[in-house]
Ligand binder design. Structure first.
Ligand code: ZN
Length: 133
């Protein structure tokens, strides 16, 4: 059995990186939305964590409206992303403990310049496949 994959269109991939860099030194957070199993859009969400340089919490109303918007537009939320401004693209203990969604969590490790996706809390890696437009 092959490992799970997360398909991301190039444009969405670039948008994730732009967001992660512009949010620095804070953590960026957002929803990855698409259809037919491939992410087409990265929708940034406000990070309302009390210490946003070391943690993330998507603003609940913005998250809810993203979920509604996806449904309205015939899209699905396929994954979530957040960044580690000072760290690696590996899930932290907090990331595992607070994982809620049965979806891949893409983590952007700005210091190593890598983004990797994980099932949490299990920690199983999901292979990211970036597709051209
Ligand atoms: Zn994290």
């Amino acid at each position: 059995m092959g490992r799970a994959r997360l398909c991301i269109k190039r444009e969405a991939w670039d948008a994730i990186w732009r967001h992660a860099k512009s949010a620095y030194p804070r953590e960026a957070v957002g929803a990855l939305v698409g259809k037919d199993g491939c992410v087409e859009f990265a929708w940034p969400l406000p990070n309302v964590h009390p210490r946003p340089n070391v943690g993330y919490r998507a603003e609940p109303k913005a998250l809810l409206s993203a979920l509604k918007r996806a449904e309205r537009e015939g899209l699905s939320v396929l994954a979530f992303y957040h960044s580690h401004p000072q760290g690696l693209a590996l899930p932290s203990e907090t990331d595992r403990r607070e994982a809620y969604w049965d979806l891949p969590y893409l983590i952007v490790g700005l210091q190593e310049g890598k983004a990797r996706a994980w099932r949490l809390p299990s920690g199983e890696e999901v292979v990211v496949v970036v597709e051209p437009e």
